[in-house]
Design a protein. Structure first.
Length: 137
């Protein structure tokens, strides 16, 4: 699989996309096919080495904690998820910028099942006819 890795502290120029071994869903863990990943502002100084005394990187290191994706497999003892579940969550291994992530089941949540399309994110209480002109303004 492909994943973002770096071998020493620095700016974005130290990041590479590499072929690495696929992670596995060990006991208590879930394997997720990542569809979207994020980076928190605090992770940038970690990559730059600013916080290396508090949060040292082990090289080669990955990047990213936040993720959204689809469960591919679950490890022993995981009952909350099954293959095909859409999930949101994070990984503590700085590894979300990858095609696959194996993370603790407790760091994932089922994606909310909601309507899709225009206006799907609007709460129902805002859709009263008297409120529509306010939303359009």
């Amino acid at each position: 699989m492909k994943a973002v890795r770096f071998d020493h502290y620095g700016g974005v120029d130290v990041l590479d996309v590499r072929e690495v071994e696929d992670p596995v869903a060990g006991p208590g863990r879930v394997l997720v096919a990542v569809k979207a990943a994020g980076i928190n502002p605090g992770e940038i100084p970690i990559r730059e080495g600013v916080f290396q005394e508090r949060w040292p990187a082990t090289f080669p290191s990955g990047e990213g904690t936040d993720l959204a994706g689809v469960v591919q497999a679950v490890g022993e003892g995981v009952a909350a998820f099954t293959a095909g579940d859409e999930v949101l969550g994070w990984t503590e291994e700085r590894a979300s910028h990858a095609e696959l992530v194996a993370t603790r089941s407790g760091s994932l949540r089922q994606r909310a099942r909601r309507a899709r399309g225009p206006g799907a994110g609007l709460p129902r209480r805002c859709l009263a006819q008297s409120q529509l002109p306010v939303l359009a303004a």
